[in-house]
Design a binder for this molecule. Sequence first.
Ligand SMILES: Nc1ncnc2c1ncn2[C@@H]1O[C@H](COP(=O)(O)OP(=O)(O)OP(=O)(O)O)[C@@H](O)[C@H]1O
Ligand SMILES: [Mg+2]
Length: 246
Amino acid sequence: MTSILEVKGLRKKFYQLEAVAGVDFEVREGEILGLIGPNGSGKTTLFDCVTGIQRPTAGDIYFMGKRITRLKPHAVYKLGVGRTFQLVQLFPGMTVLDNMIMAIQESEGTLLSRLFKLDESDDVKKAIELLEFLNIIHLKDEFAKNLSYGQQKLLDLGMVLMSDPKLIMLDEPMAGVNATLGKEIGERLIELNARGCSFLVIEHNMRVVMNLCHRIVVLDGGKKIAEGLPEEIQDNEQVLAAYFGG
Ligand SMILES: Nc1ncnc2c1ncn2[C@@H]1O[C@H](COP(=O)(O)OP(=O)(O)OP(=O)(O)O)[C@@H](O)[C@H]1O
Ligand SMILES: [Mg+2]
């Protein structure tokens, strides 16, 4: 199987602390790969390295066969890597629809001129289709700040989808979301996956991880301690020890 993302010997040091301490793994094309591990195990830092927000101390990252190590965030985004953050990043005082439009970092013209030309734009059509897909179309004229946290997470996902990413990296997509909306988000991810989107997902909720992910990589103290199918990870001694002490 072809890999869409390859991470080789990745390291990130913050002064004395090695947050990512030599990690190798791949996301295969068409797969949903889960990235799990206790708090502080280096998951978000690894995301930051892949998306160009942090410069790795060592190692290499390949996206669709192209070396992307140390590319700027914008360049990684343009290649087709979408990402959400652990805490949603929206424009709270703007409407849901305007948030979707703002998410396209690479359209013609300035942000303002894009907002003024809304009616003519294909971006609007796309935004509306995505809001329909995410079942939040009824909120399109609502200010983002008035949405529930779960609805904000859906909007956050919608904003990522505006760029048609080939790989979507989600940092805790269900955290703080009620069970109904969590299920909704999970279903949308599975549908996007069926349409050909690959995923790398950080998630603490084990039930979600086990149901959603095809394979799982486990980090502890910046190192990969296990990798395998959900059922293999579930009973892995080292993983249990990392989570529950031992
Ligand atoms: N910018 C930074 N400067 C210094 N240390 C950092 C920085 N970012 C993260 N760290 C440290 O690196 C380690 C890994 O943090 P990281 O946020 O990657 O963990 P995580 O696995 O995402 O944890 P969580 O599950 O709590 O989100 C932690 O010890 C953290 O304090
Ligand atoms: Mg994190």
